[in-house]
Design a binder for this molecule. Structure first.
Ligand code: AMP
Ligand code: MG
Length: 602
């Protein structure tokens, strides 16, 4: 068995960066630039206005203010796209629109809001004149010529992956085409007598081919051009015919026919038509993997097509594609970074891995309480493609480990980031605020007891303006801190305390990430200035006004009826307050679990 790294290294040693081609810029998204792009122009080409307003001489606004306008004669107007016909002389101004070239003589633009234009218009005042209501510095609201791009400079370097912003930069330089490394054509072939096309009715013993589709979509996603060869049957002749059709491609990917079954003949075909590397890779799923180069004859010239023979099981083929075919395609595209982005996440389920292979567990990653959490997406059989459909990442359990337990940290290769990553869940946190003596602490105590009774894991958070009680002078922890340690962590068989020196108040998100996200609910006392949901305790005897403004509050616990639209909960009815918190925070913060928590996955 060879390791994942060895297999990848070998495969990459057989693929080359492809040659450049010139293409319209809009067709190059995600491709690698194959030329250095210099600018032949200045951008912006002229000094111009960053605001709608008046172009003037900063000197003429000296001493101007709301109550001491400086009046200038308006001698013209200039819109974006046209050139000024007049210059700004002392005591004059020119009305100017955003993007319009700055008139000769002007060195600043004062925006409309800082002039008396609106008042002047509404009161039928003199328009050839304008009152300037602020003092302008030289250069105010002026975008200088060449400020973004100066003529002659290297703007985009060879090797840059073109994103929408680079395509925009090319357009702004006036480039309609550009040299990029061309996209690889990847021929794709499914193999197996049991396979039928998606548009054919199922017959006994048959299944629809899905691998061709998964793989073609993956090829497109990573920048290649898929060429589907169809379905090859389990005979040397059928496979050879099909493979021949794919020899003009830059790479050939087959699925199926590489394990030890009688009909697994891809390796035989490879052996006959190319050089074979037939490996068992130390990974799960995806142990059998064939790699070789197919010989091809091209216009009398002999060439070679790298061939990757992926296992047939839909999950195995997809995971091996991710590990081996994707980096190969990226390399051909000229990309330097071939690895998927990886994160560290807390795994939410036990995962058993006893046979010493690197396990790729399909997980759904979400971010909660400032931490990534990875939940296994159900049964992990390598034929269960829906477990991939539910996943946005692969948790990588090293070959040296026997598995992980729920709560352990794991590395996760993210298959998807962006929108698919999962929304940031609302923190299961609520803060009890109120004036001093309103009974916040009593309510906290009652709520904690109530939530424990309901079976929740609760953490209480208290903001203490007056320092920490546990950090008393003379204690060992205090002495260590005195000696200069930045943090002191005290652990005992049943408790853990972290005393960390700070030079500022931590925000609640940071505190939450230290507290950890194993709790179902965090009830905080205080933290009035933070943005967490708040419930204010209001007592009639402490005055009519509320401590927080209404838009900050989720509810008010009160002993009198208040004239407000905010939900009011009766003071003294802890069950009602707990119901409110449970419904609005605890349950809402939960993800919809795809599978029960704490299951074991093999
Ligand atoms: P093989 O690697 O050919 O032994 O195939 C392993 C398993 O994957 C078998 O259950 C096949 O039916 C299944 N399989 C192979 N190719 C495909 C495919 N293109 N689409 C769906 N399932 C497939
Ligand atoms: Mg097969």
């Amino acid at each position: 068995m060879i390791s994942v790294e060895e297999a990848l290294k070998k495969i990459l040693s057989y693929v080359e960066v492809l040659e450049p081609e010139r293409k319209p810029i809009l067709d190059c998204l995600g491709q690698v630039l194959a030329e250095d792009v210099y600018s032949t122009i200045d951008i912006p080409p002229l000094d111009n206005s960053a605001m709608d307003g008046y172009a003037l001489r900063a000197e003429d606004t000296r001493g101007a203010g709301e109550s001491s306008p400086r009046y200038l004669a308006v001698v013209g107007e200039v819109a974006a796209g046209s050139m000024p016909t007049k210059e700004v002389r002392p005591g004059t101004a020119i009305r100017i629109m955003t993007g319009a070239p700055l008139p000769e003589g002007a060195n600043a633009v004062v925006q409309f809001e800082n002039t008396d234009e609106v008042n002047r218009k509404s009161s039928g005042g003199d328009l050839p004149q304008i009152g300037i209501l602020c003092q302008a510095k030289k250069g105010l609201n002026v975008r200088g010529r060449g400020e973004d791009i100066a003529r002659g400079n290297l703007i985009l370097k060879k090797g840059k992956v073109l994103r929408p912003q680079e395509i925009g930069v090319l357009a702004s330089l006036g480039r309609s085409t550009v040299l990029v490394i061309r996209r690889p054509i990847v021929a794709i072939l499914a193999t197996g007598d049991e396979l039928i096309g998606v548009d054919q009715p199922l017959a006994p013993g048959k299944i629809h081919d899905s691998n061709n589709y998964t793989i073609a979509a993956e090829v497109s996603r990573y920048g290649g051009i898929p060429k589907i060869l169809g379905i090859g049957r389990d005979s040397v002749q059928s496979l050879t015919e099909k493979i021949d059709e794919g020899l003009d491609a830059d790479m050939l990917i087959t699925s199926g026919g590489v394990s030890k079954g009688d009909y697994d003949i891809v390796k035989d075909v490879l052996a006959e038509h190319g050089e074979v590397g037939f490996w068992t890779v130390c990974m799960k799923p995806g142990k059998p993997l064939a790699f070789g180069v197919m010989k091809k004859v091209e216009g009398g010239r002999k060439g070679k097509v790298p061939h990757l023979g992926l296992p047939g099981n839909p999950v195995s083929s997809m995971i091996t594609f991710e590990q081996f075919a994707r980096p190969a395609i990226l390399k051909m595209l000229g990309k330097k970074i071939l690895a998927k982005p990886a994160i560290r996440a807390i795994i939410e389920d036990d995962v058993v891995d006893t046979d010493g292979r690197r396990l790729f567990a399909r997980v759904s990653v979400t971010r909660r309480g400032g931490q990534y959490r990875a939940s296994v997406t159900g049964p992990q059989g390598s034929g269960i493609l829906t477990s991939m459909a539910r996943a946005n990442g692969l948790a990588v359990i090293p070959e040296s480990s026997k598995g992980v337990k729920a709560g352990d940290m794991v590395d996760v290769q993210m298959l998807d980031w962006e929108e698919e990553q999962g929304e940031v869940k609302t923190l299961p946190i609520v803060s009890i605020v109120g004036k001093s003596q309103s009974g916040k602490t009593v309510l906290m105590e009652q709520l904690i007891a109530e939530f424990k009774k309901r079976g929740y894991k609760v953490a209480a958070l208290k903001h203490s303006h007056g320092g920490m009680e546990i950090d008393r002078p003379g204690k060992d922890s205090w002495r260590f801190a005195q000696a200069g340690s930045d943090a002191v962590c005290v652990s005992s068989p049943d408790k853990l305390a972290l005393i960390k020196n700070l030079n500022h108040d931590l925000n609640i998100e940071k505190i939450m990430s230290i507290v950890g996200s194993e709790f179902d609910l965090i009830i905080a006392e205080g933290f009035r200035k933070s943005k967490i949901p708040k419930i204010e305790v209001h007592r009639k005897e402490l005055g009519d006004d509320l401590l927080c403004s209404p838009e900050e509050l989720s509810a008010i616990v009160t002993d009198e009826s208040l004239d407000t639209a905010i939900p009011q909960l009766p003071w003294g009815d802890t069950v009602a307050v707990a119901d409110f918190i449970e419904k609005n925070f605890v349950l809402k913060a939960r993800t919809v679990p795809s599978t029960p928590r704490g299951k074991k996955v093999k």
